[in-house]
Structure formats: structure tokens, C-alpha cells
Design a protein around this ligand. Sequence first.
Ligand code: HEC
Ligand code: HEC
Length: 338
Amino acid sequence: MARSWGRLLARIVGYGFLVVLVLAALAITFTVGWRPVIGAKKRALTSRTFEATAARLQRGDYLVHAVMHCMGCHSKYDGKANPPVLAAKEGSGQVLFEEGNIRLVAPNITSDLETGIGKWSDDAIARAIREGIAADGSTLFPVMPYEHFRDLSDEDLASIVVFLRSLPAAESNLPPNKIPFLFARLIQAAPKPVIEPVAEPDRSTPAKYGAYLVKMATCSDCHTPLNPKFQPIPGLAMAGGNPMGEGLNSANITPDASGIGYYDEALFVQTMRTGSVRARSLKPIMLWWVFRNMTDDDLKAIFAYLRTLKPVHHLVDNTEKPTLCKLCGQKHGLGDRN
Ligand code: HEC
Ligand code: HEC
């Protein structure tokens, strides 16, 4: 069932970048244990509040708009413009996809009292972002990347909550989710409470801080290929090939010659800023139009981290005709040469 749902989603090309995130989210459906029966792990809400300081507002704005791409899901974009431009009030949510009996909605995360999260406590918003539990105690579908956001530092989390509260409240009436019963049960395995403090990320070297940024930017969700059980294929971390709709596959971003071994730091920064690798332009499914808002230092930190990855030989070329690849099991350009 999970696979046929995956195939169904893979047809919904209009939502290209979500398809892969949904597939990644489904990985958990094969490692479930008892949670589908007894319900998700969750903690009780506390009365903590986050003081709205100018530093937090600025940091939250940066994380939301440059690194964690919250608004790619929680806002409507003009699907034709490249780079995409906002088509409605920021944060007011959208139906991410709808087909047959399935509908997945990214909710309104502005402070509107009726249709947004204006009535949620600070801790309820914090718990949703890092632990995947909504204010009413229900489990969020893990397309919301809380499995990555779990490692967000306490201070960065506070900054995001402060920033969300500063968004102009926007009313938006979105329809409810329609999640098939089996999936509604299976996703109960995803949430994990965060009970210990989460320290600031290690900034002692660019590569270490880069690892944190890469996690928060969810690069691996698109760049690490999955096996038919939606588990990351061992040995292919960040080696690309994930199908992203319209004959497009994610790139190998390991330092191998078949990956981005030929990049230097300047080319990497330029690619992320412009969405073009020299003359070759990248589709907006690659969220360069978000990541280009990062500082030079943060982009360089990401590049430093990518340089520490194990080089993986895996040719992927979106300018060539797709052929079956025995390494990642997908069809992509130069697949038959692997
Ligand atoms: C890949 C898409 C995606 C990204 C990126 C994303 N979200 Fe979500 N988010 C969702 C979806 C889908 C839901 C609803 C899940 C459900 O209803 O089961 C959700 C739910 C939420 C909720 C709970 C709201 C409610 O009414 O239930 C909050 C708060 C939230 N997201 C905040 C954020 C923030 C802040 C970020 C960035 C740091 C972010 N999200 C990034 C897709 C996304
Ligand atoms: C939502 C999916 C998605 C996410 C998230 C994502 N990428 Fe990509 N990325 C892609 C796809 C798809 C391509 C290929 C685009 C094309 O060929 O038009 C790509 C291409 C690239 C390229 C170009 C490689 C080349 O020379 O062909 C680089 C570099 C890259 N991504 C780095 C990153 C980094 C670093 C992150 C995290 C900060 C990231 N990507 C996050 C989907 C994604």
C-alpha cells in the first residue's frame, strides 16, 4: 500500500518537491513497532513563553526565509514564475496536494485567531515544530519536517516562534486533511518528545556548523536516494537520483568526480545564489531561491560540510535521457553508466 501511494504521489508532478518529502516521510511506515496502535509519544505542554527580542526576531526571520524553507509549504506561490513569487499572504497556508481520497494541507501559521495559530501557546507552537504534535495533541504528518527540526537549538526554536508571531495575521479557510486510515495510524510512530535542552549548534569549524544548516535545510530528503521500502540506501548518502517529477532527479552533491567534486567554494556560492551552475540553470524544485538568502559565511559552511562527505560514484545528469540505474534503482540521465 505504501508503495502504490508513493507511485500515485509521484504522478503529481505539479508538487514536485513535495513528492520526495512525502516519500521520505513514509520511511517511518516500515519501522513502526506499537505506536500505530497505542498512539504517538508526546509530552504535556508547559507554560514557557519566549521573550520577543530584536535578536530573536532577526534570527527567526533568517531561519524561516533562508534555511528552513517553511514558506515553500505554508504559503501559496505563483507556480509559473521562476524564481517563485508569493501569491497570497505569507504563512496563510495552502492545500499541498489533493487527489482521490487524499488531501494534505499545510496550515495557516499566522496569528489569525480562528484560522491560524493565534490561540496556540508558545510551547504548543514549539512542540509542533520540533516534536510533531499539534496543540490539540494530534500527530502532524511528517511531511512537516519535524524529524529534522528535532535538532533545532532551543534558542533557534524560540527565535522562530517569535518570528511567526510577528507575521501579519491572515484569515484563510483551508479544507481539512484527508489522510487514509492506515497512514493516519502509521504516522503515530514519527513524533518524539524533546525533553532535554538542545544546546546551540557547534560553530567551532565551518564544516560543523554546515552540518547543522544542512540538517535544517533538509538537503538529504531530496539528495539521498531511497530503496523501495523508502529507507535511505546505504552508501549513497547525498548521492542523488531521487525522482522529482518531469524526468528530473536530484543531483549527486558528494565530492566525487561524478558529483560536485569540480566545484570550488566560489562556484557553490554562485550556484546557490543564482540557481545556475554556470550556464546550466536549475529547476526551482531545488530550493536555491530560498537558500540564496543565506549569508556568504553560511553558504561556505555548507560547502565545507559537503566536502567532508564520503565521495560516491553515481552519475546523474538531467540533460540526458533517463535510463535505469542499478545503484539507486531509479531511471535518470546516465543511469545505465552506473
Ligand atoms: C515540506 C513542507 C513543510 C515545511 C518545509 C514546513 N512545514 Fe510546517 N507543516 C507542514 C504540513 C503539511 C503541516 C500539517 C501536517 C498535518 O496536518 O498533519 C505542517 C504543520 C505545521 C504546524 C502546525 C500547525 C497546525 O495548525 O497544525 C506548524 C506550527 C508549522 N507547521 C510550522 C512550520 C515552521 C515554523 C516551519 C519552518 C521552520 C515549517 N512548518 C516547515 C508542512 C511543512
Ligand atoms: C526539495 C528538494 C531539494 C532540496 C531540499 C535540496 N535540493 Fe539540491 N537539488 C534538487 C534537485 C531536484 C536538483 C537538480 C535540479 C536540476 O537539475 O534542475 C538539485 C541540485 C542541486 C545542486 C546542483 C548540482 C549540479 O551541479 O548539478 C546543488 C549544488 C544542490 N542541489 C545542493 C543542495 C543543498 C546544499 C541543499 C540543502 C541546503 C539542497 N540542495 C536541498 C533538490 C533539492
